[in-house]
Design a protein. Structure first.
Ligand code: GDP
Ligand code: GDP
Length: 436
């Protein structure tokens, strides 16, 4: 499903990251919740009543060399490019400032809905402070308090009213949607050209969809594909496009719309921190993942090089132990033809359903081999398991007491499931529930 995107804009210190965190709530992310790294997370899913959406904290996209006003301008432009609804945040305690007027002037240019919020209205006595903000010409100001969590309901009601109608299913069920993600210059665009250059690839459309993305539809051997674009592939030449945060933002958007994510690594440079982060998002998003090592032509090789690189990748991407690795060169086209069949395979595994009876045989057999853990004299009892979802395959295991399920035992069950069925390339999820 395509979710609407909300962006928060405004000058520094009005409370953007405070509001972002309030709205996002306690979403735990294995990749991003590194203590001490402030404001690392600038894009997240969120929900309000029945609405699901994604939210961007544009304040987290810093262009370190740019002057103050230029930064705000860039952030507002990102919001106008990427969001469906913009929340323009101001500080009620300071009144309207010239920087607020500057932001307003930029936002006048957008056709997208803008909702004006006045933050730091921490108690009802302060509400009259909002009236000055009508002068910004952005309609009714919504009083909120990020630190006290006040007024957010009314604000989000207004935001949700402005959500566009996004078609639930942009493409048919049988179409494989995939994206190539990776740091700038790893060779994403070159790989795409190498794909599309194949004589049997039929490109049906390079469509600017209603979204900001540029999707490429094509078919090969009777299978339809949509390639979803990411930053670095459209090269619009905007200042902010080269920032790491912006490329992460684009990657996250692409991952969300994909079934299969190709994590592209540059063989010449090896694995970098940002590669891990990006790969982590694909894993968290529950997408099928393929690790593509590009520029294989450019390195000195002997008969051990591939094994060494594989080992290094497995060490760095432990959470992706299910992802196939393919070594290619976009330049010489070496092994580029091998990618599509792998995409087909992992996509199939991503939507594989297994029979409950067979699944339960596997579970019973696993428990017989390796008895379930005990705690304070109580043993975990597994009654039965069932697959409840695909994309990614998700299993519910019914037990006597879910607290008795240890991470290591869950991991053991996952491995046993993987040994019994072909889930190569896809994450699988196991949920433990008490049998009622
Ligand atoms: P940003 O730069 O716009 O992202 O602003 P921050 O979220 O970092 O907030 C700037 C400062 O304002 C921090 O010290 C926050 O604790 C404070 N702040 C944020 N929201 C509120 C609020 O509703 N009331 C008050 N009194 N302070 C707030
Ligand atoms: P992107 O930013 O990830 O889309 O990367 P590009 O496709 O623009 O490639 C970045 C640079 O790497 C360009 O100069 C390409 O010519 C070069 N490049 C891409 N793929 C290969 C490859 O397989 N081998 C070599 N030697 N160079 C490559």
């Amino acid at each position: 499903m395509t979710k609407p995107v909300v962006a928060i804009v405004g000058r520094p210190n009005v409370g953007k990251s405070t509001i972002f965190n309030r709205i996002v709530g306690e979403r735990v992310s294995i990749v991003e919740d590194i203590p001490g790294v402030t404001r690392d997370r600038i894009y997240s899913s969120a929900d309000w009543l029945t609405h699901e959406f994604n939210i961007i904290d544009t304040g987290g996209i810093e262009l370190s060399d740019e002057p103050f006003l230029e930064q705000i301008k860039q952030q507002a432009e990102i919001a106008m490019d990427e969001a469906d609804v913009i929340v323009f945040l101001t500080n009620g305690r300071e009144g309207v400032t010239s920087a607020d007027e500057y932001v307003a002037k930029i936002l006048y240019k957008t056709k997208k809905p803008v909702v004006l919020a006045v933050n730091k209205i921490d108690n009802p006595d302060m509400r009259e402070m909002i009236y000055d903000f009508y002068a910004l010409g952005m309609g009714e100001p919504y009083p909120i308090s990020g630190s006290h969590g006040l007024g957010l309901g009314d604000l989000l009601d207004e935001v949700a009213k402005n959500f566009p109608d996004l078609e639930d299913q942009e493409y048919g069920e049988d179409v494989i949607k995939f994206s190539l993600i990776g740091r700038p210059n790893v060779g994403k665009s070159s790989l795409i050209n190498a794909f599309l250059g194949h004589e049997r690839v039929i490109v049906s459309d390079i469509a600017g969809t209603t979204r900001d993305a540029i999707d490429t539809e094509y078919s090969f051997d009777g299978q339809d594909y949509v390639m979803i674009d990411t930053a670095g592939m459209r090269k619009k030449g905007k200042v902010y496009e080269t920032t790491e945060k912006y490329s992460v933002l684009r990657a996250l958007k692409a991952i969300e719309r994909s079934d299969v994510v190709l994590v592209v690594i540059n063989a010449e440079e090896g694995i970098q921190e940002q590669d891990k982060k990006i790969a982590g998002y694909a894993h968290e998003g529950g997408k099928a993942v393929i690790i593509v090592v590009n520029k294989w032509d450019a390195i000195e090789k002997n008969d051990k090089t591939m094994n060494e690189m594989t080992k290094s990748i497995r060490e760095h991407f432990q959470f992706l132990d299910y992802a196939p690795i393919v070594f290619v060169s976009a330049k010489t086209k070496q092994r580029v033809h091998a990618i599509l069949p792998i995409i087909n395979k992992v996509s199939e595994n991503h939507s594989l359903r297994v029979q409950s009876s067979v699944l339960n045989e596997v579970i019973e057999d696993s428990v017989a081999r390796n008895p379930a853990p005990t705690d304070k004299g109580k043993r975990l009892r597994i009654y039965y398991a069932t697959q409840v979802a695909i994309k990614p395959p998700t299993f519910v295991v019914f037990v006597n007491e879910p607290e008795l399920m240890h991470f290591s035992y869950e991991r053991f069950l996952e491995n046993r499931i993987r040994e019994s069925f072909d889930f190569e390339g896809t994450p699988i999820r196991i949920i433990t529930r008490a049998r009622t």
